[in-house]
Structure formats: C-alpha cells, structure tokens
Design a protein around this ligand. Structure first.
Ligand SMILES: NC(=O)c1ccc[n+]([C@@H]2O[C@H](COP(=O)([O-])OP(=O)(O)OC[C@H]3O[C@@H](n4cnc5c(N)ncnc54)[C@H](O)[C@@H]3O)[C@@H](O)[C@H]2O)c1
Length: 372
C-alpha cells in the first residue's frame, strides 16, 4: 500500500505522523512510504533519515495527498488539507470531531475513510493512542512546574527536593490516572513530598501499591482539596471525566489560602481546566499569575518535547498502521474491535454516534456500516 505522511501545518505542531522507525517497519512489509520534505524536522528527523530506510520524499503536501492510499498524521487535518482528501483514501490521525463541526462536514464531504486515534480502545478499557501523550504531559508537569516555582519565573523559590535540613516542596496531584501517575513518578523522583488525590478508591489503592510508601494518597473530597492546597507549593490538575468538561476543583477564592508564588499546572486545560482561574496558554507564553499564584496551562504540552512525543506516538500507532496497510481498512477493523472503535467517517457517512449526538448529525455505528 502507498502510505503518505505530510508535514503538520497546525501552528506550533512539531510532531510528525510517521517516524523513520515506523516507516522502516512498513517498508519491510512491502509498502511504499512517501514523506513530505521536512516533515520530520521538528522532531529531529531529516529527509536523509527517511531516505536511508527506503522512503521517498515528496516536494509538497499535495504530492503526498494525491498518491497516498493511507495518510498518517498527528493533528486533525486543517482546512487546506481537508480539501485534498478523497473517497477511497484512509486518514489515520487525531480528529477530535465532537467540538468541530466544520472539520466533520469537510471529512464527510470528501468521502474519506477516517479513523481517529483518540477513540481507538484497548482490552483494558483504555485509550492506547491517547495514553502516550498523557504519559508525556504527566512527566512534563512537575518539570515545567518546578521551572515556574523558581523565583525569576514568578514562583515562590522552592526547590522540589529541598536540601538536607530543608523540607522538599509539597506537590498535590489531583487525578491519579495516566497523567497523574506519570506526574507522581517524576515528582517523587525529584524528591518532592507528593500527595495524589482521586475519586476512585481502587485507583488510589493501585497507586499506593506501586509507589510503596513514596507518596501519600488522599480521597479527593472538596474538603480535603481545600485543606491540601493551603500548604501546596505546586498543584497539578490531572482529572478527566470522559466526554465532559473538567470539573472546577480549586476556586478563585481558594487561591488566597495558598502560599504566595505557589504554582498551578493545569494539565486538564484541554478539557477546559480544573481550576476556576485556568485559561489556555501556549509554549511561547506558558505562565500567568492570578492573585499571586502562578498558572501553567499549556493545552498541547507534548509539543514541548516533540521528539519524545513523536516516538511515543509512533510506537503506539505502529501495530494499527501495519494492520491498516497490510489488510486494508475494512478487514483490519473487522478483525480488531479496538481499531473499529476509531472509525469516524466513511464515504460521507458519520460512523461515530457520540460525534453525531454532539453535532446533531445522523450516525451509524462502525458495526452497522460493516453489516450494511
Ligand atoms: N495539556 C495537555 O497537553 C494534555 C496532554 C495529555 C492529556 N491531557 C489531559 O489530562 C487529563 C487527564 O488525562 P488522563 O489520561 O490522566 O485521564 P485518566 O482517565 O487516565 O485519569 C483521570 C483521573 O481523574 C480522576 N477523576 C475524575 N474526576 C475526579 C475528581 N473530581 N477528583 C479527583 N479525581 C478525579 C479519575 O478517577 C481518573 O483516575 C485529561 O483532561 C487529558 O485530556 C492534557
């Protein structure tokens, strides 16, 4: 199959859909791989890295979209990219269609068969193509938070691990899922005094087990949150209620109870944020201050470490990519219910009922489409 990978065009997106490693795996199985020139540069992969493993380089995006039977990307296609999609072509990328009527309309009009990374599932009920980015954002959170804690960056001048004779920073992580556990791992590693809060007792038990006493777990009642933020040097927001906006767990009034110069890192900002005073920021201008509290609210944190993120995403997408290229999309989703869960549009039909519900568009399930 002809697999194509264009350069990402969304502002500040440095990842690339296909790593040289993934491209090499596809080529080994007899597929042709076409990469737009410069597509990998943001993640540190040159055109030569791709040609060395047998991929071809295309001069522009149009040359990729024109010939690719399977298009691999990272971000949802932007309007000029959508204009190049066509029926008979498969698009495999993050889509996030529910809040995006214009993109949904364009994908349906193009007739493309689109499969969304974010709705592919796994046998444990997880989202395997979202999890790697949560891992990245989680591990990054204490790192950026500790930078923000430095005096010159607006913080209260506290070192995460303290020093002998001086207490370490108090880090409170609200939400102990993929992001929260990854954040805890790094914050514990930096020597901070870490508390993880969650509403799931089984999840707290799990964290208690794997961290073997290196952190404290706390049920996330409103009262416990109010108490813990009063002594926190850093609070990391990492909650998720699937399909819903993040609940606001720290109010503006509570900021005045926190130590001046404490830092809030709101990883859940992509779902609206879990602190009342959060608003999305960018890597160019990542922090701002409200009532003496430093806020870091970058909505695409993995972009800061594009190379690591690209490699992590590439590892996770590879088995699905090889199945799609090897068997064709129809057989691949017949064989794999988890990949099937990602099917979003096909020949002008919406195949994601939740997106249909959000946008008021009639939808069938992927099973109904296959049966029809
Ligand atoms: N900013 C970024 O760049 C970025 C990157 C990746 C993920 N995220 C976001 O991070 C958030 C967390 O993602 P995840 O993969 O860890 O999700 P997850 O489902 O693995 O974990 C979420 C956790 O939040 C807990 N929770 C739900 N409501 C709660 C509440 N009221 N109080 C305390 N805990 C509560 C759940 O029990 C669960 O353990 C999501 O909003 C995700 O979109 C942001």
């Amino acid at each position: 199959m002809r697999i194509g990978c264009p350069k990402e065009v969304k502002p500040q997106e440095f990842r690339v859909g296909l790593t040289p490693f993934a491209a090499a795996e596809a080529i080994l199985r007899g597929h042709d791989v076409l990469i737009e020139t410069g597509a990998g540069l943001g993640a540190g992969f040159t055109d030569d890295d791709y040609t060395a493993i047998g991929a071809q380089i295309a001069p522009d995006a149009k040359s990729v979209f024109d010939v690719a039977e399977l298009v691999i990307k990272v971000k949802e296609p932007q309007a000029p990219e959508r204009a190049m999609l066509r029926e008979g072509q498969v698009l495999f990328t993050y889509l996030h269609l529910a809040p995006d009527a214009a993109q949904t309309r364009d994908l349906l009009a193009s007739g493309v068969t689109s499969i969304a990374y974010e709705t592919v599932t796994d046998a444990r009920g997880g989202l395997p193509l979202l999890a790697p980015m949560s891992e990245v954002a989680g591990r990054l959170a204490p790192q950026v938070g500790s930078w923000a804690l430095q005096k010159a960056n607006g913080g209260r001048g506290v070192l995460m691990g303290g020093v002998p004779g001086v207490r370490p920073a108090n880090v409170v992580i609200i939400g102990g899922g993929v992001v929260g556990a990854a954040a805890a791992r790094v914050a514990v590693g930096m020597g901070a005094n870490v508390t993880v809060m969650d509403r799931s007792v089984p999840r707290l038990s799990y964290l208690d087990d794997i961290f073997m006493g290196k952190l404290t777990t706390q049920y996330a009642s409103a009262a416990a949150t109010a108490e813990l933020v009063q002594t926190a040097d850093m609070v990391i927001g990492a909650v998720l209620i699937p399909g819903a906006a993040a609940p606001k767990l720290v109010s503006r009034a509570q900021l005045s109870t926190m130590p001046q110069g404490a830092v809030l890192v709101d990883v859940a900002i992509d779902q609206g944020g879990c602190f009342e005073t959060s608003r999305a920021t960018t890597h160019q201008d990542p922090v701002y201050e409200v009532d003496g509290i430093v806020h870091y609210c970058v909505a695409n944190m993995p972009g800061a470490v594009a190379r690591t993120s690209t490699q992590a995403l590439g590892n996770a997408t590879l088995p699905f990519l090889l199945a799609l290229a090897g068997k064709g999309w129809r057989q691949a989703i017949r064989d794999d219910a988890h990949l099937r869960a990602g099917l979003s549009t096909h020949q002008g039909r919406l195949t994601s009922p939740p997106v249909g519900e959000a946008l008021g568009i009639e939808a069938v399930t992927p099973d109904q489409l296959l049966a029809g």
